[in-house]
Ligand binder design. Sequence first.
Ligand SMILES: NC(=O)C1=CN([C@@H]2O[C@H](COP(=O)(O)OP(=O)(O)OC[C@H]3O[C@@H](n4cnc5c(N)ncnc54)[C@H](OP(=O)(O)O)[C@@H]3O)[C@@H](O)[C@H]2O)C=CC1
Ligand SMILES: CC(=O)C(=O)O
Ligand SMILES: [Mg+2]
Length: 552
Amino acid sequence: MGHSFPFRVISDPAFNKGTAFSIEERDRYGLHGLLPPHIESLDEQVQRVYEAYQRKDDDLERHIYLRALQDTNEVLFYRLLLEHIEEMLPMVYTPVVGQACQLFSHIYRRPRGLFISYPMRDSIGSLLRSRPYPDVDVIVVTDGERILGIGDQGAGGLGIPIGKLSLYTLIGGIRPERTLPIVLDVGTNNAERLKDPEYVGWRHERISGQAYFDFIDQFVKAVQQELPQVCLQWEDFATPHARPILERYANKLLTFNDDIQGTAAVALGAVMGAVGVTGKPLREQQIVFLGAGSAAVGVDDYLRAALVQDRLSEVEARQRFWMVDKDGLLHSDRHDLSPEQQVYVQDSAKLANWPKTAHGAIGLADVIQQVNATILIGLSTVGGAFTEPIIREMAGKVDRPVILPLSNPTSRSEACPEDLLRWTNGRALVATGSPYAPVVWEGRTIPIAQCNNVFIFPAVGLGVVASKATRVTDGMMLAAARALGEHSPALKDPAGSLLPPLSEVRSVARAIAEAVGMEAQRAGVTPLTTRTELAARVQASQWLPEYGPVAD
Ligand SMILES: NC(=O)C1=CN([C@@H]2O[C@H](COP(=O)(O)OP(=O)(O)OC[C@H]3O[C@@H](n4cnc5c(N)ncnc54)[C@H](OP(=O)(O)O)[C@@H]3O)[C@@H](O)[C@H]2O)C=CC1
Ligand SMILES: CC(=O)C(=O)O
Ligand SMILES: [Mg+2]
């Protein structure tokens, strides 16, 4: 038996106001009796749910509580988050969302988003037509294979698109009912998930090779047919799939890969802030990376573009990168590298006298010993890899070492800020992928910036929606990075954070969205308008969680 509309209005999280429904609305929708008689304001509701939240005594329970609130009343969920953004972002996003993905099958409550599983590959169009709301501005899709730094989570990976889209709404102001999280369930190679009797995904090893790419093609075609204007964001795909997918579709639809392009833009923004503090121009930096996967190579590509803009030749710019992966430094004698990685190899002839392992590999410690590194970036998934000797060695050769351990979640961070500041006598300029509390050093409180693509993707979403762009170009992402860099508190105060505080993230998102929209016009991927008109559209498009009239 289906529900009548009066019941739906309180069971649909996009329209539900709970105890805030007015007398007129209660009359109109027949809600008397279903709700307690006292009518609350949104502020009173926020107070009540915050009290309930504070009663939870572990982070996973806090995550579950917030997700349940999101599935009950979205305005209230987003208002609560907005008022407690620093406290709650880690609960809906990294690090706690990692645990939520691992335990997805155990904490699953209500449907949100779409499961598109491989056995249903010939009905993707009809699965998309089951979406709860007709108009969609942004899809975040994952196949669950490289969830943060914790690997293959199969269908549990859906937790990431749900979390990312919450931030598109919270920060970018994309209306909640116009977002759609999707998991492409192509199986899992995670033995623990496969043997878990409660696993909710398709119990099968991952589909690979041509069959995998054909499936992606079927998905993209169905999206183009059903939602031709949507922005399709790829998230947490493993490197062998992430780059080919991006290259195949970037020029054909409104799409981007957040781990490659969003990470690159935020890292460039943070580096710009850091370079402003050190006083040493970008063209004088030597940049060492631990990790050479899709995130790291994405960051290389944008930093390289910035180095060339700073008057280095293409060849000189490439030589500034020292990339270390599991098999050591990337150099010209290695035959295991992808074309994107080969751009960053060092000439092996120059390394002849460097110390090497028995297998001929050059590790991070040796690179730091041989090179006067000024910037050290971690995108390796290896918690604690920036050890005390490595950091002390680096800090012995540079006044203000820039150290960015960017891997997520917290357990995978290459170092914790407190150690980095201790080992460098408070001189390091630090930003991390997951959030950390400020560090007190010799009586000074040092804020730790969260260098995470959360500063970019919601703003890019807002920019493309407001400007009606039809593509996301690298130029638009670089414009986002520059706009973010200009908001670095460190530019005004050398003791300030490299990136803005979360309390300013919505206003910074508007500035980034404008820069993205202007660059989209320059690139010819959106109709022309004035900066003033664009700014007005950005402002008007950024939804604020407030109760409005209920749609009939
Ligand atoms: N802060 C942020 O905004 C973002 C952070 N990230 C984080 O970045 C990390 C990496 O993501 P991604 O590039 O997509 O993942 P990949 O798996 O593609 O990359 C990991 C890289 O690290 C290397 N690596 C693994 N173990 C070691 C080791 N012991 N020593 C040296 N190198 C090692 C891998 O080498 P090999 O190829 O040889 O295995 C690979 O090059 C994740 O933790 C993710 O959470 C990602 C996006 C955004
Ligand atoms: C932040 C992010 O996108 C990641 O760690 O994968
Ligand atoms: Mg990611």
